[in-house]
Design a protein around this ligand. Structure first.
Ligand code: FUB
Ligand code: ZN
Length: 649
C-alpha cells in the first residue's frame, strides 16, 4: 500500500493540476439531496432526527420564548411607528444570540423538507419565517435584542451603537451567519424567497456598513463568513464573497486569543481559543480560499489542522478541552473530563470536510468520520429529544457538567448544540460522496442510494452494508452508459493501522487490517493514493465493488505526552470508540483494570440501545467479562459513571 503523502505536500501536488482552485473547491461535494439513506445505522438516526428532533426543536423555540423575541422586536417597531416614541420591550430570553437557534432550527427543518416534503412542516416554517421577517428593521438590520429595546442596551454585551460590540460579545454578525445559512437552506428546499429576501436585505446592510472597509469589525463569533459564502453561491453576487473576506481580514493582530483575534488569520498556526468560534473561522477561511484562490488562507488552515490532528483531538473526534472559555487547550492538553462541546464537533466536521474538498486527502475525512460516529452523535439521546452540550471521556455519575445539569436534558438556556446537531444529521448524506473531474470519491459507508455525475455521465450508486458494525460494503456503480472513470474508495486510517492521521493515538497492534477490494467479482490490488483505493476502469451498469474493511477490535494507547491517557487503554472497533458504563457493572469504570492482552469479543446485541455491537472484555481474574458499549450511546439508561479510558495492566 502506498504511503500517505504529508498534507502540505499533497496540497502542492494538487494545486499543480487543479484548475478549479480560485473558482471553487477542486473537489466538489455531491449534495445531500442526491443521496438517500435506505437502511442501517444512519436510517434510524435520521428518522428520529426528522420525526422527533425537528418538531421538538421548533416547539422548544416557542416554549423557551426565542420566537417571542421576534414578536417583541416587531411589536416595538409597530408601537413606535404608531406614535409611542419611548415604547420598548424587554427580551424574553437570556442571550442576544438566542435568535441564532431559531435560524438553525429553520435550516435543519428545511433540510428535512428537502428529503421528505411535508406540507404541515412547510407551513409551520412559513409562520416562523413571517415572525422573523416582521422583526427586521427597515434598513435590513435584524437583531431582536436591540430592536425591541432600542434606546438603551438590553444586555451588557450590547453597545448603544450597532456592531461596535460585535468583536466582543454582541453576536450581531453571528446571528446573521446562521440566518444566511437558514435562508439558503429554506430557499433550496422550497423555492420560496421569503427568508432569502430577509437575508439579502440584511446582507445589503452589511455591504453598506462594511463594504468600503472603513468600519473594521472582526466578528467576535465567527460564522457570518460561511453564511455569506452560501449567499454568494446561491445568488452569484460577489459582494457577499467580498464581505466574507473583509470579515476574515479584519482579524488581528493584537486581540484576544479567545476569539482568534490575536494574529491576522493568515499568520495563525495553532488552534486556540473558543473551539466553536475557531472551527467556524477555519471553515470560513477554506470557503473563501477555494473561491478566491488565496493560498495564504490554505497554508494557515493546513498548519492549524495539522496542529489539531496531532495534538488537540480527542479519540472521540471531539475538540475543545477547556470549560474555561469553551476553548482548545494547549498541545496534548486532553483531560478525560474535557469539555468537548457538541457544536465544536459539528464545526470540526464542517472544517475537515472543507479541507478534504481543498486537497482530496482522506485523512480529513477520517477525522470527520471519527467526530461523526462518536463525539457528535453522543450529543443527542437515542430518543432524539435529550441533549449533551459537553461530551467528556469520563463521568463520575453525578457532576453537573452538562451546562449545569447532570445527564442529558431537553434543552439549554444556551441552546446552540441541539439545533446544530439536528441540522447536521438532516443533511448528513452531503458528506458521503464527492467528485473531481473523472474521479468519484466514496467517503462514507452507509446503506444508501445516490445519483452523481462523473466525467459528464450520470452514475447511480447503491451501497449495501451494515457499517459500522460490519465493514463489508457492496457498492453498485451504474453509469448510464459504459464510461471510464476512477472510483476512489476511502480506506479509513483505522483500517490502515492508526486511529488518526498523526501519532496522537496508536493501536497496540499497529498492523493494518487485511482490507480488500474486489471489482466485478475479481480481487483488485488498487493503489492507495491520499488514503483512497483507486480503481480506474470502464464501468458498466451494475458493476459491483466489494470493499471489506475488517472491523477488528483494537486496543488504543495515547501519545505519551497526553497525561490523561498514560497507563490507560481504550477500545475501538471500526470507527466506533467504546466506553464502559456503570449501568453494566457495579464498579467505577475509570478504575477498571484491563490487561493489554485481554481477549475481547464483539457481540451484536440488536435489542440493546437501538441495536449495537458490544465488546466483552475478558478479565482473567474475574468470572464476568467487562461490557463496553459505543461511546455515543452512553447515558441512555439513566445517570451512571462512564469511562472511555480504562486502567491498563
Ligand atoms: O456564543 C454562541 C454559542 O454559545 C457558542 O457557539 C457556544 O460555544 C456557546 O457559548
Ligand atoms: Zn453548542
Amino acid at each position: 500500500m502506498a504511503e500517505r503523502v504529508p498534507l502540505m505536500v499533497s496540497f502542492a501536488i494538487l494545486l499543480s493540476v487543479a484548475g478549479a482552485f480560485g473558482v471553487d473547491y477542486p473537489v466538489q461535494p455531491v449534495p445531500f439531496t442526491a443521496v438517500r439513506i435506505t437502511g442501517g445505522f444512519w436510517e434510524a438516526k435520521q428518522e428520529i432526527n426528522r420525526t422527533v428532533t425537528v418538531p421538538f426543536a421548533l416547539q422548544q423555540c416557542e416554549e423557551s420564548h426565542r420566537l417571542k423575541n421576534f414578536d417583541l422586536a416587531a411589536g416595538t417597531m409597530r408601537r413606535r411607528a404608531a406614535g409611542e416614541k419611548t415604547f420598548q420591550n424587554t427580551p424574553a430570553t437570556l442571550y442576544p444570540f438566542d435568535d441564532s437557534d431559531v435560524y438553525k432550527v429553520i435550516e435543519g427543518a428545511s433540510y428535512a423538507l428537502s428529503t421528505h416534503p411535508n406540507a404541515a412542516l412547510e407551513q409551520r416554517l412559513d409562520a416562523v419565517i413571517a415572525r422573523v421577517a416582521a422583526a427586521q428593521e427597515l434598513d435590513g438590520y435584524l437583531y431582536t435584542f436591540r430592536t425591541m429595546h432600542p434606546d438603551s442596551p438590553a444586555h451588557e454585551w450590547i453597545n448603544q451603537k450597532r456592531w461596535l460590540n460585535d468583536p466582543t460579545l454582541s453576536h450581531e454578525l453571528y446571528n446573521l451567519g446562521h440566518l444566511y445559512e437558514a435562508a439558503v437552506a429554506h430557499f433550496q428546499a422550497t423555492g420560496k424567497r421569503t427568508l432569502l429576501e430577509v437575508a439579502l436585505k440584511s446582507a445589503g446592510l452589511l455591504w453598506h456598513d462594511f463594504g468600503s472597509g472603513e468600519l473594521r469589525i472582526a466578528p467576535g463569533h465567527e460564522v457570518v463568513e460561511m453564511g455569506l459564502v452560501k449567499l454568494y453561491r446561491v445568488t452569484g453576487d460577489r459582494r457577499w464573497l467580498q464581505l466574507a473576506q473583509v470579515f476574515l481580514d479584519a482579524r488581528g493582530p493584537g486581540g484576544p486569543e479567545y476569539n482568534q483575534r490575536h494574529l491576522r488569520v493568515v499568520d495563525q498556526a495553532t488552534a486556540v481559543g473558543h473551539a466553536v468560534r475557531a472551527n467556524y473561522l477555519y471553515a470560513g477561511m477554506a470557503d473563501v480560499a477555494a473561491l478566491t484562490g488565496d493560498q495564504r488562507y490554505v497554508a494557515a488552515i493546513t498548519r492549524i489542522s495539522d496542529n489539531v490532528t496531532a495534538k488537540k483531538l480527542y479519540l472521540t473526534g471531539s475538540v475543545g478541552a477547556r470549560a474555561d472559555g469553551e476553548a482548545y487547550g494547549d498541545d496534548y492538553e486532553l483531560p478525560n473530563d474535557g469539555y468537548n462541546e457538541t457544536c465544536a464537533a459539528v464545526a470540526l466536521m464542517m472544517w475537515n470536510h472543507r479541507m478534504f474538498l481543498l486537497t482530496g486527502d482522506a485523512g480529513y475525512v477520517d477525522v470527520l468520520e471519527r467526530s461523526c460516529f462518536n463525539g457528535m452523535i453522543s450529543g443527542v439521546s437515542l430518543s432524539g429529544d435529550r441533549f449533551f452540550y459537553t461530551n467528556p471521556c469520563v463521568y463520575d455519575g453525578a457532576r453537573k457538567n452538562n451546562s449545569g445539569f447532570a445527564g442529558r436534558v431537553p434543552w439549554f438556556g444556551c441552546a446552540c448544540c441541539p439545533p446544530n446537531l439536528m441540522r447536521t444529521l438532516a443533511a448528513l448524506t452531503g458528506y458521503f460522496y464527492a467528485v473531481r473531474d473523472d474521479s468519484l470519491y466514496v467517503n462514507f459507508f452507509a446503506q444508501s442510494e445516490g445519483e452523481v455525475t462523473v466525467a459528464g455521465t450520470p452514475v447511480q450508486l447503491v451501497q449495501s452494508t451494515d457499517y459500522p458494525w460490519n465493514g463489508r460494503v457492496r457498492l453498485t456503480v451504474s453509469p448510464r452508459q459504459p464510461k471510464t472513470f476512477t472510483v476512489r474508495v476511502r480506506i479509513p486510517e483505522w483500517a490502515q493501522g492508526r486511529p488518526v492521521p498523526s501519532d496522537l493515538y496508536g493501536y497496540d497492534d499497529p498492523r493494518p487490517a487485511t482490507w480488500s477490494v474486489q471489482v466485478a467479482g475479481q480481487p483488485a490490488a488498487p493503489l492507495v493514493e491520499h488514503g483512497y483505493a483507486t480503481i480506474t476502469r470502464e464501468w458498466h451498469p451494475g458493476d459491483v465493488v466489494e470493499i471489506d474493511l475488517p472491523v477488528n477490535v483494537r486496543a488504543v494507547h495515547g501519545n505519551p505526552q497526553i497525561a490523561a491517557t498514560r497507563d490507560r487503554i481504550a477500545f475501538e472497533r471500526g470507527p466506533i470508540v467504546y466506553c464502559v458504563e456503570a449501568v453494566d457493572h457495579s464498579f467505577l469504570p475509570e478504575n477498571l483494570v484491563v490487561s493489554s492482552h485481554a481477549k475481547v469479543i464483539a457481540e451484536p446485541q440488536p435489542s440493546l440501545l437501538g441495536g449495537i455491537t458490544v465488546l466483552k472484555i475478558d478479565r482473567s481474574d474475574h468470572a464476568e467479562p467487562v461490557t463496553a458499549i459505543p461511546y455515543y450511546a452512553w447515558n441512555n439508561r439513566g445517570l451512571a459513571p462512564m469511562a472511555v479510558w480504562l486502567m491498563r495492566r
